[in-house]
Design a binder for this molecule. Structure first.
Ligand code: IPE
Ligand code: IPE
Ligand code: MG
Length: 238
């Protein structure tokens, strides 16, 4: 029997559809990113209130550098503004801020604000808010493999000892649980290089709602559906 009212411990979201939301209204694409921040605040606060263990948000992918310089610059400036403006939201909701991705390639001023926010929230006790920044699932696996190969070469790791748990320790998400629920807004039904290793048994929820319009009621809908799912992990339910 499906367990009712069960909340996912870890929710991951591909926040898509900002550009289309804006174009629909005759605005520039970047206006959609601006509006999307309001969804981030509402969904983050809501998840923290529900005592969700972790919320991982796909904010910028390895591939998003392909966009125009104007859009990339706008996104970076917005990220910096977000980090400064939402310190109070993070504090008020007892949130611990973390990141995954090649954050070393982000602009220096963004990195500075990131490190301040992470340091400030380090001793909080509530939900983990993990921002995927310059993140790619394949890059994550490659970065892990490089570190792992170096340890094998050094002799601190034997290749015969490599298993799922050992490999996981080399990923950006080391120490984090895998997502139970993956949400993608904006209508596309693809994972776009997000958490490739980690979503192997996640429940998927796709909605055509654009991210700037995705709010509490949409989250409730996804959670209601999740509660009805029967997770078998390849086994059988008695
Ligand atoms: C998602 O919205 C935000 C980022 C990828 C940074 P998009 O900008 O991809 O919006 P669409 O998909 O073009 O509508
Ligand atoms: C995925 O959205 C990346 C983020 C939400 C940050 P994209 O808009 O970049 O994905 P594609 O290009 O539609 O696959
Ligand atoms: Mg998109």
């Amino acid at each position: 029997m499906a367990k009712k009212n069960k909340l996912p411990n870890h929710i991951a979201i591909i926040m898509d559809g900002n550009g289309r939301w804006a174009r629909r209204r005759g605005f520039m694409r970047v206006k959609g990113h601006e509006e999307g921040v309001n969804s981030v605040r509402e969904i983050t606060t809501e998840c923290a209130k529900k005592h969700i263990g972790q919320l991982t948000l796909y904010a910028f992918s390895n591939e998003n550098w392909k966009r125009s310089k104007t859009e990339v610059n706008f996104l970076m400036r917005m990220l910096k503004k977000f980090l400064i403006a939402e310190r109070k939201t993070i504090e008020d909701n007892d949130i611990i801020l973390k990141t995954i991705g090649r954050t070393e390639a982000l602009p220096d001023d963004v990195k500075k604000e990131l490190s301040i926010s992470m340091k400030e929230s380090r001793n909080n006790r509530g939900m983990i808010l993990c921002l995927a920044l310059n993140y790619g699932g394949r890059t994550e696996i490659i970065d892990a493999t490089k570190k792992l190969a170096a340890d094998v070469k050094k002799g601190t790791l034997k290749s015969k000892d490599i298993d799922d748990d050992v490999f996981k320790k080399y990923l950006y998400t080391s120490g984090m649980s895998d997502p139970d629920l993956l949400i993608r807004t904006g209508g596309e039904m693809r994972v776009s290089n997000f958490l490739l290793w980690e979503v192997s048994y996640a429940e998927l929820w796709f909605t055509s709602v654009y991210w700037p319009e995705f709010r509490k009621k949409d989250l409730e809908e996804a959670l209601k559906d999740y509660a009805k799912r029967e997770r078998r992990f390849g086994g059988l339910i008695e």
